[in-house]
Design a binder for this molecule. Structure first.
Ligand SMILES: *[C@@H]1O[C@H](CO)[C@@H](O)[C@H](O)[C@H]1NC(C)=O
Ligand SMILES: *[C@@H]1O[C@H](CO)[C@@H](O)[C@H](O)[C@H]1NC(C)=O
Length: 432
């Protein structure tokens, strides 16, 4: 009897074994995601699935449901998002925030320039490329849609929309070696030693060429508070070319902010919660045109950042007509009161190793000596004082790490007020 039963139980055993193996195979094939979440082994496929999920989650958070979408000739999609569903309101401190539709105060002197602008009305005004195909309606704001490729180009999903590392050295105190190590190169003018409540400049617009995809070239102003240690506060705005961030070489309007020296807080444009946009005509991170030509037509943009003395918010204005929105003062520590330093100028990233230099251009790619129409400029440089007045900066200094690669030259005259030419080609016989 025992001998007769043996084959039956042997078969049962085989069947059970077969079912178990089949189930195991099925699990590993179709449910890798579940197994991964349960803490399975880190296979390449699991990593890929996790990243996929992270990217999708990030895209859902960044791209709010639009009421309309506009396709720009440069390939961007501009989403018109209800003003109250913009990314800023994901911030826990902004849950019950009442949007300030306009600043309580403009700095005095602001509107003087509308006269200057109308005197050259024959000249084409700088605008954004997507305007060719439509505009966003009232009570919405235009947001450049983040595409999957944009996030996938970043070194990690978490770093998407953030600067690579500390980028603004204190001209007087940073170790020169650290600058070479970080690869960030500047040609800037600056003021310090007072309390500043804003800054303004007219910035010449160019399209510098970028040698490596992970390098960038930008021209901007910095509103800085605190030391250059771990808790640096910075508000930044200007134009940039950044293939890594945008996937092309277009010149784009951008902003940045951080309250901890580019570590955990802050980002470009609206790529995190913080900046509250109120304007329905200008999209942060969108391409601007026309661009200046070497020896030909010159174009420039006005950027003004100032602190509203009533509410304490830092407002941003682009051109003479567009008040774009504000950074609430609670985002910052030092800048909650005032700025201690202002910088204006160019910055590039050099990723070439071993002391060799990138050929990524700054400004027009030409040195200050070449002057108007050839070298890039900042003009009508002003600061906002404690009485909310725009005035010429006093005691302006300049700084560059390697003047043979990128240089800066200050000047002053009746037409342009305080100005400087800046930039250069990077790699050249004197900057190997
Ligand atoms: C940007 O310009 C560089 C150098 O001119 C070129 O090699 C690269 O292909 C361009 N990148 C894109 C995304 O068009
Ligand atoms: C930084 O690097 C450049 C190029 O390699 C070199 O010429 C320069 O001396 C370096 N500066 C310092 C302060 O080490």
């Amino acid at each position: 009897m025992a001998a007769a039963r043996a084959p039956a139980s042997f078969h049962r055993c085989l069947t059970v074994l077969f079912v178990l193996v089949a189930v195991a195979l099925l699990l590993s094939a179709c449910c890798a995601e579940g197994a991964a979440a349960a803490g399975g082994k880190a296979t390449p496929r699991r990593r890929q699935l996790l990243r996929q999920r992270q990217v999708d989650y990030h895209l859902r958070r960044l791209n709010k449901p639009p009421v309309a979408s506009i396709e720009s000739p440069d390939g961007d999609i501009i989403d018109c998002v209800p003003i109250s569903s913009q990314p800023a309101f994901d911030h826990p401190f902004l849950k019950d925030h009442t949007i300030q539709t306009r600043p309580a105060y403009h700095p005095e002197g602001l509107y003087d320039e509308s006269k200057a602008a109308s005197s050259q009305k024959d000249k084409q005004k700088i605008t954004q490329m997507w305007h060719q195909n439509g505009m966003c309606q009232e009570n919405t704001i235009p947001i450049r849609r983040t595409k999957k490729e944009d996030v996938l180009r970043a070194s990690s999903v978490k770093r998407y929309g953030k600067k690579m590392h500390k980028s603004t050295p204190n001209p007087s105190s940073i170790e020169p070696d650290m600058l070479n190590e970080s690869g960030h190169q500047h040609a800037i003018a600056y003021v310090e030693g007072d309390k500043y409540y804003g800054a303004k400049a007219t910035i010449n617009v160019w399209q510098p060429s970028i040698q490596q995809g992970n390098e960038f070239s930008l021209s901007q102003l910095w509103i800085l508070g605190g030391s250059f240690g771990q808790d640096l506060n910075s508000i930044e705005a200007g134009w940039q070319v950044s293939p890594d961030l945008y996937g092309d070489n277009n010149t784009r309007l951008f902003t940045y902010w951080t309250s901890d020296a580019y570590q955990a807080t802050g980002c470009y444009n609206l790529l995190c919660s913080g900046f509250i946009q109120t304007n329905n005509q200008i999209a942060m991170g969108a391409s601007i045109f026309p661009i200046s030509n070497y020896g030909g037509s010159q174009y420039d943009i006005n950027i003004l950042v100032w602190k509203d003395p009533k509410e304490g918010n830092w407002w941003l204005q682009f051109g003479n007509d567009y008040v774009l929105g504000y950074w609430p003062s609670f985002l910052f520590s030092y800048l909650a009161d005032s700025a201690s330093m202002i910088e204006w100028g160019g910055e590039v990233v050099n990723t070439e190793p071993d002391g060799s230099h990138t050929s990524t251009q700054m400004g027009s790619g030409h040195f200050p000596e070449e002057g108007f129409g050839k070298s890039s400029y900042f003009k009508n440089i002003q600061v906002v004082d404690s009485t909310n007045n725009l005035k010429a900066p006093r005691g302006i200094g300049s700084y560059t790490e390697q003047s043979n690669c990128y240089d800066v030259q200050n000047g002053n005259n009746g037409d342009w007020g305080t100005y400087f030419y800046y930039g250069g080609p990077g790699k050249n016989p004197n900057c190997p």
